[in-house]
Design a protein around this ligand. Sequence first.
Ligand SMILES: Cc1ncc(COP(=O)(O)O)c(C=O)c1O
Length: 441
Amino acid sequence: MVQRKSTRIVTALPGPKSAAVLAKKAQYVAAPLEAYAPFIIRTSQGAVIEDLDGNRFIDFSGGWGCLAVGQRHQRIVAALHDQVDSFLHTDFTAVPYAPLVDLAEALCARTAISGDKRAAFFNSGAEALENAVKIARAYTKRKAVLVFENAFHGRTLLAMTMTHKAKPYKTGFGPFASDVYRLPYPYEYRKRVTPEEIETALLSLVDPAEVAVLVVEPVIGEGGFLVPPAWFLPFLRTLADKYGFVLAFDEVQSGIGRTGKFFAFEHFDVEPDLVCAAKSLASGLPLSAVVGRAKVMDAPIPSAIGGTYAGNPLACRAALEVLKTIDDEGLLARASHVGDRIQARFRRLAERFDVVGDVRGLGAMVAIELVKDRTTKEPAKDIASKIAQTAMANGAIFPTAGLQGNVLRVLVSFVITDAEIDEGMDILEDAFATALAKTKG
Ligand SMILES: Cc1ncc(COP(=O)(O)O)c(C=O)c1O
């Protein structure tokens, strides 16, 4: 029995008020903008969402990982009000402003790369990735891009090409960008890969003297929360140094404290040249960043990178407060605690249900992979989505992930309380029992 304190389900989903908006959505909003939740949000605080009909949910999706400090943190709300009363927009390259400069200083200080650093700002994760590649190409005067299996880097032409999963992200959208080469990834649960195999694959795909940049997620997000073995990222550093290309980490999902360190790469003995950040950086306001070694960041000619809204003052003010809040409220340690508490419950699920093939994670980036059979490891996508839907109908939102869609992952706010974690996990455990009973019946 779930002890309900934060959640409350008073209607079938969607309730009547949500259903009216969803009917209008179907008529006017382009069909590909499919929504995961079958209800319309009215308000949210911390990690709890209330819909138009008064249903209340614990949100383990955190706006796909944008809400590290929680919905509407009061410091962020106050900073935004203050900025609204000052000015909204100039375009930094027309009339510059201090919040962007202060944010560049704060981000450089938090990025564990030695020597002089610079930061540049954009609007989305994909834009950060596009610009990291542009910067690396300008610096190396080379063109090829190396990426990995299971990668997700966004939906613009180059970022979509760099993304692995074809359906839905690439379906019908070719031709793709050229000069992108995909290397094997050490997916420990399914596929062992050695350093030699990676280097051999690289040499067979492209002349390394033509490689501008290797881009990798230090912990793979969309591709199923894959934590690499300890040798992996330092080995990529060795390759970058040996062949003279730039090493860029995509920390759009794994950064801003998600793994218990400010950037996930800090768990490994490695320094990249460039890091991309977004999502929780500005607590859901559109902002992304590329931070990296000054000599690389300064390579493009003046005005070669930028964008009308890039580094919007409201988003920069929010981001400055996010960084301070993470420090002042000890949210890195909190992220580790949240991850440990959830992972302990995932391990309990693994003991109770054979459908759990693997439990893995780093800090608050934890996931559970579902399989039809523990020996064959056949992915159990239908069961994963049935469990997620059952949990949602009972008040807890859990996103799925993975190339096969058979992974349940957690991208929750770090300010979620222990009681909310326990309530959400009770709902999830019940959803496993219900969904699996139905599958057997
Ligand atoms: C690792 C990673 N890179 C890039 C992106 C793209 O970010 P955006 O959707 O803001 O373009 C995402 C989004 O989920 C991501 O997880």
